[in-house]
Ligand binder design. Structure first.
Ligand SMILES: [Zn+2]
Length: 261
């Protein structure tokens, strides 16, 4: 318990820094810019952001959400993304404890957050996020399996990834306009990570995605914020479904399957 608390605190601090990087990713990847160079600039006055003004969440609060030089507003989304990343990392640490697969799930959550915000903004799920995520997750999971001496989760991760990819590919095939190929690739990543936890988590995560999308879709139509014809990106729903499945999948499956879970 004490170990988990320490790991959770460390994860939270790492999450704040990763969240700061995700802001760069969210801004630059859809514009096809490098996420490494140049260093961050104020979009209005072009002043390079000082080291002391680049502390996650704290700097934004200290500067009251304005650029130090030109006083331009810095959107509240920046500290929110940082806080959300930290929150997701802490939740992953509490759920998984001090285990070798924790780094993989932190990378997974960070990637889901970036993909969701970009999909909401631009209606795309960039390969420039999906592929690097897979390249990082693969070795992390192999390493975790090796260190634990348990290879079954790795096999299930492969099966889960293939199954989720195939399932959404069918939906894409039937309705290419409703389900983009970016969604299909994202489903593959989600299937890998949920499969690692156990194969029954894969259908749960996908079910939650479709369930959340229908609830929100009906809600938007009833409140007339969106009509039936307006596109609503599916990526954020898949991301939410996956996060819920990771964090609360065990009690949810128990509820559904009873003593068989
Ligand atoms: Zn400025």
């Amino acid at each position: 318990m004490a170990v988990t608390a320490v790991v959770a605190v460390i994860s939270g601090i790492v999450g704040l820094c990763v969240g700061s990087f995700l802001n760069v990713v969210i801004h630059r990847v859809p514009r096809r810019e490098s996420v490494v160079r140049p260093r961050s600039h104020c979009p209005r006055c072009d002043t390079q952001i000082d080291e002391r003004d680049n502390i996650p969440v704290i700097s934004w609060v200290a500067l009251r959400g304005r650029c130090r030089t030109c006083r331009a507003r810095i959107p509240v989304r920046y500290p929110l993304v940082e806080a959300a990343t930290a929150g997701l990392f802490v939740a992953a640490a509490v759920r998984l404890g001090a285990n070798w697969d924790l780094p993989a799930f932190c990378v997974f959550f960070a990637s889901l957050l970036a993909v969701s915000v970009i999909d909401l903004d631009h209606f795309i799920i960039p390969n420039r996020i999906i592929y690097p995520t897979l390249v990082v997750l693969g070795p992390l999971l192999v390493l975790a399996a090796g260190l634990d001496g348990r290879w079954r989760p790795l096999l299930d991760a492969g099966i889960g990834g293939a199954a989720a990819f195939a399932a959404l590919f069918m939906v894409h095939f039937i309705s290419p306009r409703g389900m983009g190929f970016g969604d299909v690739r994202l489903a593959g990543v989600i299937g890998v990570m949920l499969g690692w936890l156990g194969l029954r988590y894969v259908p749960l995560g996908l079910f939650l995605a479709f369930f959340l999308a229908s609830v929100v879709g009906v809600g938007l139509m009833v409140t007339r914020l969106r009509s039936r014809k307006d596109a609503v990106p599916f990526g954020p729903f898949m991301a939410c479904g996956a996060v819920v499945a990771v964090l609360w999948g065990h009690p949810l499956l128990k509820l559904y399957l009873g003593s068989r879970a």
